[in-house]
Design a protein around this ligand. Structure first.
Ligand code: ADP
Ligand code: ZN
Ligand code: ZN
Length: 666
């Protein structure tokens, strides 16, 4: 027996700790098991990652106990988490912790043991039959299958317009994987937003599917994990973290809607599931499919460079045309009317036509609440959050002002808190106001609203969609929640109240996000025989993101966007590392950020360092935040540099530093 165990501990320290192995534990201890260890003056859970004859410290403490009978972390997961630690700047212990299912976190032993498996299974049996593939689909399946057959890694970017049959390609590729006795992992952006996709997997594969979603209790989550680990479920469908599922003989990974930002975790470990999936596919010699109608700039660029293999589906299954899109220039509306109108005449006429024809419409605005801007006419005061540099949003239903970043809630004031005048006015619009205005215009039409306010309660999401599906509701108003995946053939009109909401966010991805959202929401129209129409209201009618979305022209959008990314040197041309320095005191944060930036520059004179600069929303939840941005082609080099710098950096009291590799936003 070796003398020491190497233990990874989920703390932000880039090192492995050595512990002695007492005689009584020599039989039990093994790599991949959890152990209790003394750490400073408490007991912590650690993960055994290896053994060693020598130790790097003198006073080695001993392991207290071994928690698991069998290892819960496989060799494969150890390798994968080690890769995550190197690439996403976290400790090995933190990376491993992301892999451990909720039910047995913090050293718990199988808390789900009282539940039976019957509580978990979907209880459904396979019922849906495969379609006969069209030419493009069968070419795609053949190509992917050849890599499944020869057990070879390859990433395919399946770029197919909405309703071109991508999901059918996934399903039939999985058929082959199952016939070989292997397993597949399918990632979807968010379980609750993609009920129709999940349903197709469950009805095709029945009991063999494990669906991992955030509403599972930790105990049930653990049972699903066990079912997967023991090979009783060979297909896993889930959000981001399902990439860590302990499947047996992984034969295929699929990421649907690969461009979605939900695949990036915004907490430690800050991994991107797309890149983790690529690494896991390599470890298992299996293909990875990235599917999208609007691929991320990164993925399309990688396909053009040859790192991914591009597979295209260019036609809709039923040969149905994509809906016609009309752009309404709201500046003109403003010029011809005195008051700022929420809806243009074109917009209202289109709703009217759809309603008179007995059809349904979706009205989209990516902002919730009623008024989004409250201001005193007398002294000019704008009501801001107490803890953030954000405006308070008025919510009509609760009659409260809410900060959308920290949820701080207050009563709306009758008089101005600064000058005591009574001229408080409400401006700006969110979905509540849109719902209210549209109901004035169409008093007899049944309207429902879907956003995170109306879907907070369990089951409300399904209830609203049910009402819309049955036709009881004719108009559905909502945020990005209604932009994705919904397939309602009676919807002939999609109206976008303002395309500018996402466009005006100061971020290098705002054009891309706008294009994606518009393309997706437009894809909700005209899925039935009656065809469809889309109306986009905007104050920026000539912006390329809006023009190309209106023409359903991804390639043109990519072409325009890639030029600006290249000029400004942003991904996909380089990788970014964002370092956020925050403190309760603004000067303290700014000074520490300046010191840190200098330390980085001193360590590596050639590194491209931007900032420090105040974050776009500088104060958040009471902390002032200043960002430093590193730009380089080599992610590992930047992580190595930050490890070096931070190990020497003398962090003043009260300063917090976060390192985000490949950040999603600024
Ligand atoms: P996507 O995932 O690209 O949006 P889907 O796979 O959902 O497209 O396909 C759109 C619709 O067409 C679905 O209702 C699906 O069942 C159907 N479909 C897919 N492939 C075929 C096919 N080869 N023949 C007939 N119908 C198909
Ligand atoms: Zn005032
Ligand atoms: Zn706030």
């Amino acid at each position: 027996m070796p003398k020491f165990a190497e233990i990874a501990i989920p703390l932000p320290m880039d090192r492995i700790f050595h512990y002695g192995i007492p005689e009584r534990l020599a039989q039990d201890i093994a790599v991949g098991k959890r152990v209790f260890v003394p750490f400073t003056n408490r007991t912590m859970v650690g993960y055994v990652v290896g053994f060693s004859e020598i130790s790097d410290v003198k006073d080695v403490k001993e392991i207290i106990s071994v928690i698991d009978k069998d290892p819960i972390i496989s060799q494969e997961m150890l390798k994968l988490t080690e890769w995550i630690k190197e690439n996403y700047f976290c400790s090995w212990g933190s990376a491993i912790e992301a892999v451990v299912p909720g039910g047995i976190k913090k050293g718990k032993v199988a808390i789900g043991s009282r539940l039976s498996d019957a509580d978990v299974g979907s209880g459904q049996f396979a019922q849906s039959v495969p379609h006969i593939l069209n030419e493009e689909q069968s070419k795609a399946v053949k190509l992917i299958s050849s890599f499944i057959e020869k057990k070879e890694y390859k990433t395919f970017l399946l770029y197919g317009i909405t309703a071109s049959g991508k999901t059918e390609v996934y399903l039939q590729s999985i058929d082959l994987v199952l016939s070989k006795g292997r397993s597949a992992i399918v990632l979807v952006p968010e379980i609750s937003l993609t009920p129709q996709t999940i349903e197709r997997f469950v009805s095709r594969f029945g009991e063999g599917v494990a669906v991992i979603h955030s509403k599972l209790t930790p105990a049930k989550r653990f049972l699903e994990w066990k079912k997967i680990k023991e090979g009783r479920a060979r297909i896993v469908v889930g959000a981001r973290s399902a990439i860590f599922s302990p499947v047996k003989d992984l034969g295929l990974i699929i990421i649907d809607e690969e461009h979605e930002t939900t695949y990036k975790q915004d907490d430690v470990p800050r991994y991107h599931a797309r890149d983790v999936a690529e690494e896991r596919a390599k470890l298992n010699n299996c293909p990875l499919i990235l599917g999208s109608a609007t691929p991320s700039l990164e993925s399309y660029y990688r396909a053009k460079e040859g790192r991914y293999t591009l597979v295209k589906l260019t036609k809709r299954i039923d040969e149905r045309l994509l809906p016609k899109v009309k752009i309404v220039d709201m500046r003109m509306e403003l010029a011809t009317r005195k008051k700022v109108a929420i809806f243009s005449k074109v917009f209202l006429d289109a709703v009217d036509t759809a309603m008179k024809a007995g059809k349904q419409a979706i009205i989209f605005l990516n902002r919730r609440g009623f008024s989004t801007f409250i201001n005193c006419k007398s002294c000019g005061l704008v009501l801001k959050c107490k803890h953030c540099d954000t405006v308070m949003v008025y919510h009509f239903e609760t009659k409260k002002l809410v900060c959308h970043y920290c949820n701080y809630t207050t009563e709306p004031p009758d008089i101005c808190p600064k000058c005591r005048s009574g001229y408080i006015r409400y401006f700006g619009l969110g979905t509540e106001r849109v719902e209210s205005e549209i109901s004035h215009n169409f008093a007899h039409v049944k309207i429902a609203r879907m956003d995170s306010d109306t879907t907070a309660k369990r089951g409300s999401h399904d209830r609203i969609l049910g009402l819309f599906k049955s036709g009881a509701v004719k108009l559905l108003v909502g945020t990005q929640m209604i932009a994705k995946g919904l397939d309602f053939p009676e919807v002939t009109l999609v109206g976008v109240v303002s395309a500018d909401v996402t466009l005006n966010i100061p971020d290098f991805r705002s054009s891309e996000r706008t294009f994606n959202l518009l393309t997706q929401v437009a894809g909700r129209a005209g899925r039935g025989d009656a065809g469809g129409e889309v109306i986009i209201q905007t104050y920026a009618p000539h912006h390329y993101a809006i023009l190309t979305a209106a023409k359903h022209d991804y390639d043109k959008f990519y072409h325009e966007e890639i030029i600006s990314r290249k000029e400004l040197l942003f991904p996909p041309f380089i990788n970014l590392v964002k370092i956020t320095v925050r403190a309760r005191n603004d000067d303290a944060a700014a000074n520490a950020a300046a010191d840190l930036a200098n330390a980085i520059k001193a360590e590596d004179k050639d590194m491209m360092v931007a900032g420090p600069a105040p974050a776009p929303i500088t104060r958040m939840r009471g902390y002032f935040r200043h960002n430093i941005l590193l730009k380089d082609k080599d992610r590992l080099k930047m992580c190595g540099l930050m490890k070096k710098v931070l190990s020497k950096f003398r962090k003043p009291h009260g300063i917090l530093i976060a390192v985000d590799v490949d950040p999603i936003s600024m």
